[in-house]
Ligand binder design. Structure first.
Ligand code: AMP
Length: 221
C-alpha cells in the first residue's frame, strides 16, 4: 500500500505514520528526518538545506526530490510505503507522479490531518525530540518517564530550533501557501480521507484503524 500523510507541522503526522507502519509493515519515509540527518552529518545536501530549515522555509525541490527518489528505489519499499512530509509543493507532487508512473504504480490513499493552527503552536512549543533515535515527546501530553531523557535510548532530548514560536508560525504560513494546494489534486482523484488532529494521543490508534479498516484485513495480528 502506498500512502501519503498530509497536515500542517505538529498535526501528528509522525505519530500516525509510525503506527500505520507497524500495522501494515511498510516503511515510513520522513523527509524532515532525512534532511535533519543530512544536516547533522554535514553532507553537501545538509549544508545546502540547513539555512532554509532554520528559517522554517522549504528547501529547494530538487534536493528533496532526489533524496526521496533514491529512498523509494530501496528494496523495503517494494510492498509499499508511507510518505510523511512529501510532497510539499506542486513540483514535488509532479515528481512523485512521475516516479510512481515509471514503476506502473499509483497512490492508494492520502490521509489529511485537520487541526487548528493555535493547537499546533502550543503543541510544538512543548515538543521534544531525540536526536539519536528520532523518538518524539510532548512535555504536557506525552512526557518521557525521566525528565528530558529519551525512554527508548536514554539520550538527552532537545527542542528543534524550528519549533520556536516565530518559526512555527512561518512554517504554518508556508504550509497554507505551498502545500495545502496540492490536496486539491488528490481530492480530484478521490484519494483523500480526513483525520482529526486534535484528539487525545491514546485515541489515535482507534482513529487510524477506523480509517484504514478496509486495508488492514490481512495485516492485523
Ligand atoms: P518537518 O519535520 O516535516 O516539519 O520538516 C522540517 C523542515 O525540513 C521543513 O520546515 C523544511 O525546511 C524541510 N523539509 C522537510 N520536508 C520537505 C519537503 N518535502 N520539501 C521541502 N522542504 C522540506
Amino acid at each position: 500500500m502506498r500512502l501519503l500523510i498530509f497536515g500542517p507541522p505538529g498535526s501528528g503526522k509522525g505519530t500516525r505514520a509510525r503506527l500505520i507502519s507497524r500495522l501494515l509493515k511498510i516503511p515510513v519515509i520522513t523527509t524532515g528526518d532525512m534532511l535533519r540527518g543530512e544536516v547533522s552529518r554535514e553532507t553537501e545536501v545538509g549544508l545546502r538545506a540547513k539555512a532554509y530549515m532554520e528559517r522554517g522555509e522549504l528547501v529547494p525541490d530538487e534536493l528533496v526530490i532526489e533524496l526521496v527518489e533514491e529512498r523509494l528505489r530501496r528494496e523495503d519499499c517494494s510492498e509499499g510505503f508511507i510518505l510523511d512530509g512529501f510532497p510539499r509543493t506542486l513540483r514535488q507532487a509532479d515528481a512523485l507522479d512521475r516516479i510512481l508512473g515509471e514503476r506502473g504504480v499509483t497512490l492508494d490513499l492520502v490521509l489529511n490531518i485537520v487541526v487548528d493552527p493555535e493547537v499546533v503552536v502550543e503543541r510544538l512549543s512543548l515538543r521534544r525530540w531525540c536526536p539519536r533515535c528520532g523518538a518524539i515527546y510532548n512535555l504536557k501530553y506525552d512526557p518521557p518517564r525521566v525528565d528530558e531523557i529519551c525512554d527508548e535510548c536514554g539520550a538527552q532530548l532537545i527542542q528543534r530550533s524550528d519549533d520556536r514560536e516565530e518559526v512555527v508560525r512561518r512554517r504554518l504560513r508556508v504550509y497554507e501557501e505551498q502545500t495545502r494546494p496540492i490536496l486539491e489534486r488528490y481530492m480530484e482523484r478521490s484519494l483523500v480521507r480526513e483525520m482529526r488532529g486534535d484528539i487525545p494521543i491514546e485515541e489515535i490508534p482507534r482513529e487510524v484503524e477506523e480509517v484504514l479498516g478496509p486495508y488492514l484485513g490481512n495485516h492485523l495480528d
